[in-house]
Design a protein around this ligand. Sequence first.
Ligand code: PBG
Length: 310
Amino acid sequence: MVRENQLSSTDLIWPLFIIDGQGEEEPIGSLPGVSRWSVDGIVTRAREARDLGIPCVALFPNTPPEKRSDDGAEALNPNNLMCRATKAIKDALGDDMGVLTDVALDPYTSHGQDGLLDDLGYVTNDRTLEVLTKQALNQANAGADVIAPSDMMDGRVSAIRNVLELAHHHNVQIMAYAAKYASAFYGPFRDAVGSGGRLTGDKKTYQMDPANSDEAIREIAFDIAEGADSIMVKPGLAYLDIIYRAKSEFNIPVFAYQVSGEYALVKAGAAAGVGDHDALMMEKLIAFKRAGCSGILTYFAADAARLLRK
Ligand code: PBG
């Protein structure tokens, strides 16, 4: 009767990993219970999400090695895995399922960085923006409902918004990964999309320092001013203070990404007898609501929604 916050399946966004082929499922070793699926399997997962009351899925491709290149050109291919999966979900489910697509080059580059490198190996902001806007347009043309730039280049939200407007994609939303930290919790994700083994160096020249919070507020302010419809904080649980500040200072929809390493820690903890799996999962998820989130991207989405049904 006096509970202040509720978790509902409508708060959840389910990240899914795509591979080539037909009828394929590849379990991901570092993410117990999560698999890569070929496009047909992705559609099945999207139906499952719809039946559980989950409003949106987030798509990530594991691009075959021969299609990765220094410039990540596969990101612009209208028949790449992302576009095929997006179209297939929209054809099957229409407005019953939202599709969120990630804008960044790391699943497509041979070096695993989110942008284009200069001669010294430094990720160049403005040249990268040109590719990212084309990537966003490619995804919107395939039917994406929400474009989520995760690259952390400066100026990308306004650049993407302009390109979408010119192409009459007025109703496509932008959810900006506004405060994204250079985190040690992304390891299993990099396995999942196949960028981890390739990555040279780190992403500290464009992702944020975990010691900073005022900088997060400045990053969020830029993205809102540039036209973001909602913003994201990533990772989640270690950054609840950022979520709380973002919600209090901007009063805009704030989403958390409970990232791969956070998920894997719950799985490992439960397996090691730290506590009950479902109780650990639900306590972490309600913390995001308490901190002020409108929703959560989480690999637990289907499991949590199933539990909420009971
Ligand atoms: C790519 C991207 C990453 C994640 C989402 N988009 C990894 C990274 O920045 O290296 C991480 C998600 C997760 O760990 O679950 N730009």
